[in-house]
Every structure is written in C-alpha cells, then in structure tokens.
Design a binder for this molecule. Structure first.
Ligand code: FAD
Ligand code: MLT
Ligand code: ZN
Length: 477
C-alpha cells in the first residue's frame, strides 16, 4: 500500500471496485492530475479514481463520503482557474472521468449525441462530422477538454456567438450526486417544464454539486459552405464595427467573430512555429470572421466580399486574407487558437477572462490598458477573445526580463484593477472560464448578499459535508 492518507478499509474497497487501471496511488501516476494547465497550482491527492461506468463512479463516491474523504472531479484538466486541482493537504481523491469515454448514440431525427463525460470535445466533434453533422462548440483546448468538464464549466468558445454556451446545447445529463445517488435527466426534449431544471444547476457548477457522467448534446447540420477571413483593423472599435456590418447583412451567417490585439498576435507570430502573420504588415488589431451555411451556394462568398469591400472603401479594414482552401482556413484558426500557448511561452501572465456589453468594449480596453500600464510599467497588455459575444481575454504578460514570481505576486492587484473597470461597465469578472479556486476571493464583493447566500444554501442542501470539490467557487467562510 503506497503512502496514501486513505483509511485501509477504504483503500481496499476502492482497489477492489476499480482495479489497477482505475485506482492510482503511486505519486508518479497521480502527479499529472495534481497540477493545472497554467501550472499555477500544485496540489496533492490521496488517490486518483478512474471509474469506467456511472455505477462504479456512484459506488466510489458513496464510499468516499462514508469516510468523509473530499472528491475533486476532473475531466481533461484544462481549467484556467485551478478548478480541477486538489489542494495541498493530500486528503482528497481526484475522480477522473477519462475512462468513461464512449459515444453512445447519434440521432439524426432529433439531431442529438448521447455521450459519456470522458469523451474529448474533439472526438465528439469528429464523430458528429463523420455523420455529416456538427457539434457546435469549439474551444482551443478541445483536444483535451472533455464533455463532462465542458458542461461543468459551461464552456463558451469560438461559436458561442451563434449557438450559445454549453448550457444551451445540453438537453439531458446523468450525474452522480454528492450522496452517491445517480441523477438521471437524460432527455432529448427541447420542451420539458416539470419542476426545477436540475441539469441547469449542475451545468456551470464546476464539480461542486456532483459528477456529470453522461449527456445529451444538441447537434447541427454540418455547414456546406464556410468563408473565413483575417482582417486588419485599427482597434477593438474597428473590430466591433466590422462585426456590426456583417450582423446587419446576415446575423445568422456569423459562425465566429474573434478579436486579436497587435500585441497578442505578435506573441503568436514570434513564439509559435508555423504561425507567421499572413498579412503584408502588422496591424494594431485583427478580426477573424467565419461565416457558415448549410446551403451549398456562393451567397456567403458574396456576403464576405460585399462587407469587406465596403470596409476597405471606408478605411475600416486596411488589409485582409480570405481562406481559399480548408488548409488555409485551419491555418488562420491556428493563429487564433495558439494565443494561450504563446502567452504561456512569453513568461508569467495574469488572465482576465471578462465580459462587458459590446458597446463598452473599446472603453474597457482603453481604460484597463492605461490602468495596468500605470500599475506595472513595461507590462505587455495582450487582449484577444470572443468579441462577438462581449468576452475579452484581457491577458497581462510580464514585462520582458522581469522576475516571473515578482510579477505573479501582484496578480490580485492586476485582477482587481481590471475587475473594477469591468464592474463600472456592468460586466462579469468571469465570462467563460469559471471561478475555480483562482477567483473565489472575488465572489463576496461581486455576488454577495442573496445571490451568494442562495448558492451556499443549495450547496449545503446537496453536499452537507462539503466534500464535492471543496475550495472551489466559494470563498472559505
Ligand atoms: P477540467 O479542467 O478537468 O475541470 C474543469 C472544472 O470542471 C473543474 O472544476 C472540475 O472539478 C469540473 N469537472 C470536470 N469534469 C467534471 C464532471 N464530469 N462532472 C462535474 N464536474 C467536472 N474555456 C472556454 O470556455 N472557452 C475557451 O475558448 C477556452 N479556451 C481554452 C484554451 C486553452 C488553451 C485552455 C488550456 C483552456 C481553455 N478553456 C476555455 C478552459 C477549459 O478548457 C474549459 O473550462 C473546459 O471546459 C474544461 O474542460 P476539462 O474537461 O478540461 O475540465
Ligand atoms: C481562448 O479563448 O483561447 C482562451 O479561453 C483564452 C485564454 O487563454 O485566456
Ligand atoms: Zn476563450
């Protein structure tokens, strides 16, 4: 028996239940489950449990609760807020869903996919594509993030502007509740008004109210035409004006509309292989626009050329490249999707995943940039994001040559500086990444009073021992 804090009887019961590939206690095997993608947190766990079925997951939860052992649900472990990382006590177990990885059904009549929580988003997208359908959720981490984590965080991403967040796509789910009971609301219904929609409570709960094990996801017909262009614009306001021009012509055609600042693009071009700037010269800002239609005609190309033509004439767009092939389209998307990795390579960074009303974005970026540059001279302000739905990743990269530790030590000062401006503009301090453990300290001042009180009462009712992902969402009282 390796150095685990688990009581021997629990150890034996879990080992018998889950077997050698489902029960990990050796620190070499558990290490990767105990740190996060940004390497902000280094936790410790008593064991990693990898059940292969909902029944085994329910039994494992029941056993852990009997012994008062905390549980940290984990999917692809791509959280940006330390949500899936255990604390340093070594008392908790991580329950990983990665072995629950079957696609159970694709229904062409109801346009749904029934899928286990451990299936990666990419694998689910590919399965839909093979059937001529589309799973309309796309995030840069889709190769690792899985369906359970996507729902638990109510992930957004590149296509929210057209199809909504994960919450809008989930018709049904199954989950193991904090007492080990299995909640089965696996329905394919668009209409079902029968009391509280508990699935909506679990979506976005970040693993604090139960472990999602299976889900029913809405699909769409696969687009038959797509037009993708990268455009040089003067600033975020320019990107918004271009967005408005496309929306005026045909709002339903917009599949994605992403903004990238000159600084964030520069980091990608400099630090990521095979991601050169595909335009004649650097610009202050960029917009990546993707149009899509289930119709196989050239109306999208006409729409793209009309709007960009007018934008060139008015000086709104100074340069642009239109993808002429699927490879070119993927190359343009790679530039956008490598932003997070480029910022990781550039040094220490503080992420501010915020949202404000669209019209407030230019003012937000201007004020927050000035405030952060005053706070830390030489800071590299590198915003980008899903501007079409008001979500800006106002990310701050350490000054060149600065001490990473010293920079990160001021993370709250930077986060509060940005958040206070977001607050004045009626925005949110967390648009899509969630609260995790990184932003719990913000909850009382942002969601205090009846809202936080209500959340605490629901948590206490469903998880009276506070064993399900403790230390996440809620600041320690
Ligand atoms: P994990 O990181 O494993 O867990 C995330 C949270 O969900 C944790 O609180 C965990 O306890 C809980 N959880 C995990 N699985 C379950 C389950 N089965 N049941 C209950 N709770 C569970 N996010 C976006 O929204 N949009 C983006 O555009 C985006 N881009 C990203 C780009 C990069 C490069 C990276 C690294 C991350 C990005 N993210 C983005 C953040 C992250 O990928 C999402 O939050 C994703 O939904 C997390 O899924 P996961 O499976 O990795 O979950
Ligand atoms: C993305 O959209 O690429 C991520 O959510 C953003 C980030 O890394 O901050
Ligand atoms: Zn994002």
């Amino acid at each position: 028996m390796s150095d685990t804090s688990l009581p021997p009887e629990l150890y034996t019961a879990l080992a018998d239940l889950l077997g050698s590939s489902g029960f990990l206690t050796n620190s070499t095997d558990t290490a990767s489950y105990c740190t996060d993608w940004r390497m902000l947190y280094q936790g410790k766990c008593a064991a990693v449990l990898r059940p292969a079925t909902t029944a085994d997951c329910a039994q494992a939860v029941t056993l852990c609760v009997q012994y008062g052992v905390p549980i940290v649900p984990q999917g692809g472990n791509t959280s940006m807020v330390g949500g899936a990382t255990p604390d340093e006590s070594g008392k908790a177990v991580v329950i990983s869903t990665t072995r629950m990885n079957r696609i159970l059904n694709i229904d062409h009549a109801d346009l749904t996919m029934t899928v286990e929580a451990g299936v990666t988003l990419k694998a689910a997208q590919d399965a839909a594509l093979k059937e001529g359908l589309m799973l309309p959720l796309s995030i840069s981490s889709e190769g690792s993030a899985d369906i359970g984590g996507i729902l638990a965080t109510n992930a957004g991403g590149n296509n929210t502007v057209r199809y909504g967040n994960a919450r809008e796509l989930a018709l049904g789910l199954e989950a193991v509740m904090p007492d080990g009971a299995v909640l089965n609301v696996m329905r394919k219904l668009r209409k079902d008004n029968t009391g509280y929609a508990l699935r909506q409570l679990l979506i976005g709960s970040e693993g604090t109210l139960g472990i999602i094990t299976t889900a029913v996801i809405q699909l769409q017909p696969q687009p038959r035409t797509r037009e993708t262009a990268l455009c040089a614009v003067p600033n975020a306001k320019g990107a918004l004006d271009l967005f408005a021009a496309f929306r005026k012509q045909d709002p339903a055609a917009i599949q994605a509309f992403e903004y990238m600042s000159g600084t964030s693009m520069g980091l990608v071009n400099a630090l990521i292989d095979n991601c050169p700037l595909p335009l004649s010269e650097p610009a202050p800002a960029y917009a990546l626009v993707e149009l899509a239609s289930p119709r196989a005609d050239d109306s999208l190309r006409t729409l793209m050329e009309d709007v960009l033509g007018a934008a060139f004439e008015s000086g709104l767009v100074s340069d642009a490249v239109l993808a002429e092939s699927e490879t070119q389209r993927q190359n343009l998307w790679m530039i956008r999707e490598e932003h997070a990795e480029a910022q990781k390579r550039a040094g220490a960074s503080v992420k501010n995943d915020v949202s404000v009303p669209l019209a407030a974005i230019p003012e937000f970026i201007e004020k927050a940039t000035q405030a952060c540059e005053a706070l830390i001279p030489g800071i590299r302000v590198a915003p980008f994001g899903h501007i079409g739905d008001g979500n800006i990743h106002f990310n701050l990269v350490q000054p060149e040559g600065a001490d990473p530790k010293g920079f990160l030590a001021q993370d709250h000062a930077m986060m509060d500086t940005v958040a206070n401006i977001v607050r004045t503009l009626g925005g949110s301090f967390s648009a899509e990444h969630g609260v995790g453990q990184l932003k719990t300290y913000m909850m009382p001042s942002w969601r205090g009073g009846a809202e936080l009180d209500g959340m605490r009462k629901i948590k206490a009712a469903l998880d009276p021992q506070n064993l399900m992902n403790p230390g996440k969402i809620f600041p320690t009282a």
